[in-house]
Design a protein around this ligand. Structure first.
Ligand code: GUN
Length: 288
């Protein structure tokens, strides 16, 4: 058996089209053009690529993109001042501060300063708390992307045994909340979990979000399971170049799983598409 490959690229493209239609309607019916501000501090090359893609796709969806590039030596107070200005700017409906931030800046303080109504990353404690208690919230983008992809395979996730490997605030915890809302039986496992392989083998739905290249082997996967791989790890090749791999040993998993997301082309493209959707949602809420 070889697994069905879940096409994140095509799913993300369809989602971006839906977003573009919603933007058209907002413009025509309410005279509102949603705006997304993205802040990049420093010159981390991977972050610079993400920020460029976010800006490009924001404009392609018909929205306004505001990019703020700050020097790597920017102080926390300077960044907080910018966030406060963006909070007060009615043209800005969504604010994203690209992580990681340089060591002199406390990212928790920055996230806490973003207006929760403009927090399109869904990282503010208000949004995390709203998600955890079942209230409407801006929800982190990668977790939403994971659930959309899982639902391409299973229209209804009710009753599935979902194992989430990874407990970050950005992916592991929010994806577990979303899967609970989808009526899954959810376990959050992590690097300190006893018999991690055995726990993974229970999963009907396995979400890999540990950030360790190819840690999850083929024999950790229950035959026929759906595997969503959030990992994006750059590893060296023999020729001195690098290649991207996920947290799952893809070639092994392909022989065991029922369905699997590739890396690249799986969860990755969904994150920006969901960010665009959050920006439209934020703009709708801000304009009544
Ligand atoms: N860095 C890597 N992924 C993300 C993300 O989803 N949001 C932000 N703000 N920074 C990131």
């Amino acid at each position: 058996m070889t697994a069905r490959i879940i096409d994140g690229k095509a799913t993300a493209a369809a989602l971006r089209q839906d977003v573009a239609k919603a933007v058209e309607t907002l413009k025509a019916d309410h005279g509102v053009t949603p705006g997304l501000a993205v802040v990049l501090v420093g010159e981390d090359p991977a972050s610079a690529v993400y920020v460029r893609n976010k800006g490009k796709q924001t404009v392609e969806a018909g929205m306004n993109s505001y990019e703020h590039r700050l020097d790597a030596a920017t102080s926390e107070e300077e960044l907080l001042d910018l966030v406060r200005k963006l909070n007060a700017d009615p043209a800005v409906n969504g604010i994203l501060v690209q992580l990681p931030l340089p060591a002199q800046i406390d990212s928790a303080a920055v996230i806490a300063t973003i207006d929760p109504a403009k927090d399109v990353d869904g990282f503010h404690v208000i949004n995390a708390g709203r998600l955890a208690t079942g209230l409407p919230a801006l929800v982190p983008c990668t977790p939403v992307g994971c659930v959309i992809l899982a639902r391409q395979v299973h229209a209804d996730l009710t009753g599935m045994e979902a194992i989430v490997v990874g407990r970050s605030n950005i992916v592991g915890k929010p994806v577990a909340q979303l899967l609970l809302n989808e009526n899954c039986t959810v376990t959050i496992a992590h690097s300190r979990t006893r018999d991690l392989a055995g726990v993974c083998r229970r999963a009907d739905l396995l979400i890999a979000a540990v950030g360790r290249p190819e840690m999850i082997r083929g024999n950790w996967i229950k035959p026929g399971a759906t595997v969503i791989d959030v990992g994006i790890n750059r590893v060296p090749k023999d020729d001195g170049k690098t290649r991207l791999v996920g947290d799952v040993a893809y070639d092994e998993a392909l022989k065991v799983a029922g369905a699997i997301t590739p890396v690249p082309g799986g969860v990755g493209p969904m994150t920006i598409a969901c960010l665009l959707r959050n920006t439209v949602e934020a703009a709708c809420r801000q304009n009544g």
